[in-house]
Design a binder for this molecule. Structure first.
Ligand SMILES: [Zn+2]
Length: 66
């Protein structure tokens, strides 16, 4: 698995979010699936991606909280 190194681009007015699991663009205003994790809202293209994310959120967020 090569993995996706793309990070969500949280520019104001950005109409798209990046699905952290598959790297697909999703409509940020009307995301097919969304989930809030540690105060951050994540958007997914499908419920499958959300479930994968929920299983191993660290794998996709790589948040290095010191
Ligand atoms: Zn996806």
């Amino acid at each position: 698995m090569s993995g996706f190194n793309m990070r969500p681009n949280h520019k104001p007015g950005n109409p798209f979010s990046i699905d952290p699991v598959c790297g697909m663009k999703v409509d940020a205003n009307q995301p097919p699936v969304q989930w809030v994790f540690q105060g951050q809202e994540y958007h997914f293209c499908s419920d499958v991606c959300k479930q994968l994310f929920q299983r191993e959120p660290q794998k996709y967020t790589k948040v290095d909280a010191g």
